[in-house]
Design a protein around this ligand. Structure first.
Ligand code: SF4
Length: 344
């Protein structure tokens, strides 16, 4: 693929054990008005199921991409995975520890150190009043990794070099850097606690197209050098195609297709995945016009019954309106669609 003229290669293959295991993950938000207002206005509760029974696993050294339109639940999953938002049901195990299970303070601390997150907007995630050196040193101090100030400063310099910045940049403030450089600072800060697992939430979507490939290449190089495992959240399939080992496609909180990245892009199975791919500008589609994604994503407070995708599906069947499709194995993929149901 070409992102802004620069070639981003893919390939992060690792046949190791799962580092991350997500089972039956569910998150419901209560958007109801206060009780008294509901009584006066004779309104019921309003519940939004943002994530509805999601399962996936990420092997050590892999990049697992979650893709979907806005409102599909991908960022909610990211927040639950890093411990920012509790699930309503289900579990997330990271390196054998349940992120939301009861644990000792010591285990909690060790787990927190292993998990980091890189956000979409690097400027909003960096304290503008702190020098970059202090921003990167903060996790080193918080986790008690290096107590000697000189050694800590040397480590900050090492981290800045690792992400392609000058160690002297530690003296500057975030506003003195470009968007791409600020994302490099955010990556250096994420690496400061020596994590194993990093959640990258749309890490390049706020950047100029010209620097997206540089940041993606940096993430891939760091993965190879440090053996990192990524959960990569993105709405951009052109980016995902070149960073992911496996891909999960979300639609209104449900994982509708999950497959090795190569298989998913070469032979998508679910009608929604096909529709998403037909809308991607940067994929080989000789002789075909790019299609826009038909219809709009429905209101997640009142999702369509049966298969949530049925109002937009070009190959919808009678049962799709009422029957929820279950995840079914299709080759190396798992697909939620009645087309693959042997006994509909
Ligand atoms: Fe289309 Fe039915 Fe499959 Fe849903 S279950 S994607 S409506 S064919």
């Amino acid at each position: 693929m070409t992102v802004a003229g620069e070639v981003v290669e893919t390939e992060t293959v690792n046949s190791g054990k799962p580092l991350v295991e997500v089972k039956g993950l569910r998150r419901v938000f209560d958007l109801s008005k206060p009780w008294l207002n509901r009584m006066i206005e004779r309104e019921g509760r309003i519940l939004l199921t943002a994530v509805d029974g999601v399962d996936f696993a990420i092997k050590e050294g892999e990049t697992y991409a979650l893709v979907g339109e806005s409102g599909s639940g991908k960022s909610t999953i990211a927040k639950m995975a890093v411990g920012l938002l509790p699930p309503s049901a289900g579990s997330i195990m990271i390196d054998g520890t349940d992120v939301w299970g009861k644990k000792s303070q010591d285990t909690e601390r060790r787990m927190r150190r292993k998990i980091q997150m890189i956000f979409q907007d690097p400027f909003a995630s960096l304290n503008p009043r702190w020098r970059v050196g202090a921003i990167i040193a903060e996790p080193i101090s918080a986790f008690g990794l290096i107590s000697d100030p000189q050694d800590r400063a040397a480590r900050v310099g090492e981290l800045l070099s690792l992400v392609g910045l000058d160690p002297r940049d530690g003296q500057k403030f975030p506003h003195e850097f470009s968007g791409g450089q600020r994302q490099r600072i955010a990556i250096a800060r994420a690496l400061a606690s020596e994590p194993k697992f990093i959640v990258c939430d749309e890490p390049t979507s706020a950047l100029d197209v010209s620097v997206q490939a540089q940041v993606l290449n940096l993430l891939r190089d760091l993965q190879e050098r440090l053996g990192l495992t990524y959960l990569f959240i993105s709405h951009n399939l052109a980016v995902v195609r070149h960073v992911a080992t496996r891909v999960g496609v979300l639609y209104l909180g449900r994982l509708v297709e999950e497959a090795p990245a190569r298989d998913l892009f070469a032979a998508p199975q679910h009608p929604y995945t096909k529709m998403l791919l037909e809308a991607v500008p940067d994929i080989d589609m000789e002789g075909k016009d790019r299609q826009s994604i038909a219809g709009e994503i429905p209101n997640p407070i009142t999702p369509p019954p049966g298969c949530h995708f049925h109002p937009r599906c070009p190959v919808r069947r009678v049962e799709c309106d009422v029957k929820i499709p279950l995840p079914l194995p299709v080759g190396d993929a798992t697909v939620r669609c009645h087309l693959f149901d042997p006994s509909p």
